[in-house]
Write a protein that binds this ligand. Structure first.
Ligand code: SF4
Length: 122
């Protein structure tokens, strides 16, 4: 039996969660979470961890003189793909105007997830 200790990142409480795992890698018990979201997070974190990735990309043609727009993945991507996502963003430049929710890159790093704008830039 092995115990994995985690801090839940789903809310500011940051519950300390323990996941007891058997020799085969199966989850036996999750404790320390104060709500069901923590249980879901812990089970996913020890089996297939994922994250939303936030960053920014260059824009051109902004009438307000802005040079960057903040972006995020439209949903979680596998943790192991985060650096690939960041690499794919390097050198990307998009024309203005940009609207919140605009898809700026489709299928980023082959994850099947789109990169979307999180701010309007005129
Ligand atoms: S387990 Fe629930 S209450 Fe605790 S940090 Fe996670 S989301 Fe917040």
């Amino acid at each position: 039996m092995k115990t994995v200790e985690l801090t839940c990142i789903n809310c500011p409480l940051g519950c300390r969660i323990e996941v007891m795992m058997n020799e085969a890698g199966g989850i036996e018990l999750v404790t320390g979470n104060s709500c069901h979201r923590g249980d879901i997070y812990a089970r996913k974190e020890v089996t297939a961890p994922t994250r939303i990735v936030t960053s920014s990309v260059r824009v051109y043609g902004s009438r307000t003189g802005e040079r960057m727009v903040p972006v995020k993945t439209a949903s979680d991507v596998p943790k192991g793909k985060i650096m690939d996502v960041i690499r794919d963003l390097a050198g990307v430049s998009v024309p203005c105007p940009v609207r919140i929710g605009d898809v700026l890159m489709k299928d980023i790093a082959g994850t099947g997830v789109d990169m979307i704008a999180t701010k309007n830039v005129d």
